[in-house]
Design a protein around this ligand. Structure first.
Ligand code: APR
Length: 272
């Protein structure tokens, strides 16, 4: 007889692998959850490998998420980030974010480190050790690095945050000039291609993985370094690594268990 506490195995997931992972989860005292864009996909935030829509069809994220792009056309890059920040404001954490938060409540030694620049883990109630690629809601001067406050709710089209109409309004915005140095432009505090990851976040994540007894990697293609190397720190430390992703990735052949399904279905089945 199936006990009421045993969740259904999501379609596509190997039941044996799910049982093995549930057992690892039940015993883990210092687990680390590493997340990428797929974690937020079911909330409605497009991943980086998804086709972009509207005006953004003409650009790849790699063309917009660079310092060169910002210097060449500050208003275009600025509006892309404001638009994304406003779009994220309009969506909610999904069942996967909530499962991670519930797991952390049960196991306070659980660490969350994310490549995502949204705040959906926090809004689900989890504490995040590291935003390895920065945040859509933090800003700084491109010249002197002074932090800056930008109220993303006060810009664009209030009636339709994240929409095409919102974008039209945002495209008229120029990045403000820094109040501290008076010359630099304000940019999102996000790690662009070719830039270094924040050292404190990187070191803290590395240390957590080196000491972990389980690592769960959710929704990342494993294509962008150095974040893609992090699961190997856990493997090197002798910890099992579980991948949660509907698609095969660069990491799949190296992991201990692969759960082939979406985060919003698989994580509640793993943790619940
Ligand atoms: N649940 C789990 N995984 C999913 C889901 C889902 N519902 N939907 C999609 N995925 C997986 C995809 O199969 C893919 O492997 O999420 C992954 C998303 O990959 P990317 O878009 O490459 O996201 P990520 O790995 O986080 O990108 C890394 O690239 O553009 C930069 O800095 C940006 O942080 C980003 C980095």
């Amino acid at each position: 007889m199936i006990s009421p506490a045993t969740p259904r195995t999501p379609a596509g997931v190997d039941p044996k692998a799910l049982a093995a992972v549930r057992d690892l989860v039940a015993r883990a005292e210092r687990p680390v959850v590493l997340t990428g864009a797929g974690m937020s996909a079911e909330s409605g935030v497009p991943t980086f490998r998804d086709a972009q829509t509207g005006l953004w069809e003409r650009y790849s994220p790699e063309q917009l998420a660079t310092e060169e792009a910002f210097l060449a056309d500050p208003a275009l890059v600025w509006s892309w980030y404001l638009w994304r920040a406003r779009m994220v404001r309009g969506v909610e954490p999904n069942a996967g974010h909530r499962a991670v938060a519930a797991w952390q409540e049960r196991v306070p030694g659980l660490t969350v480190a994310t490549q995502n620049v949204d705040d959906l883990h926090e809004r689900a109630g989890a504490e995040v050790l590291a935003h390895l690629h920065g945040s859509l809601f933090a800003f700084r001067c491109a010249a002197c690095d002074a932090p800056a406050e930008v109220d993303v709710t006060a810009l664009g089209d209030d009636d339709a945050p994240g929409s095409e109409a919102d974008l039209e309004a945002l495209l008229r915005e120029e990045p403000p000039v820094c109040a501290a140095c008076g010359t630099g432009r304000i940019r999102p505090d996000i790690v662009w291609f070719g830039e270094l990851l924040p050292a404190a976040e990187w070191d803290a994540t590395y240390a957590a993985l080196d000491a972990c007894d389980l690592c769960v990697v959710v929704g990342t293609s494993g294509l962008v370094q150095p974040a893609a190397s992090l699961p190997f720190v856990a493997l090197g430390a002798g910890a099992p690594v579980v991948e949660v992703n509907p698609d095969v990735t660069e990491l799949s052949s190296a992991v201990t268990h692969r759960l082939a399904g979406p985060a919003g279905l698989v994580l509640p089945a793993v943790v619940g």
